[in-house]
Design a protein. Structure first.
Length: 61
C-alpha cells in the first residue's frame, strides 16, 4: 500500500476528498480498512490486540 501526504486548505476540502476516496473503494477494501483500525486501536486498549474483549456480567434473580 502506497501512502502519500496531502495538504488541504480547509477541513471541508479534506472531508470531501475523504468521502470521494471511500466511495471509490470496494466493500471488501472498506472492511479491510476497518479491521486495520480495530487492530491498531486494540494495541492501546487491550492486552491482546487481535481479539475483541469479552465481558461477562453475572446477576442474581
Amino acid at each position: 500500500m502506497i501512502r502519500s501526504i496531502q495538504v488541504f486548505k480547509s477541513f471541508k476540502s479534506h472531508e470531501q476528498d475523504e468521502r470521494n476516496r471511500r466511495r471509490s473503494m470496494t466493500p471488501e477494501n472498506r472492511l479491510n480498512e476497518v479491521e486495520l483500525l480495530r487492530i491498531e486501536g486494540g494495541k492501546f486498549l487491550y492486552e491482546y490486540p487481535t481479539r475483541l474483549r469479552r465481558v461477562i456480567k453475572i446477576t442474581r434473580k
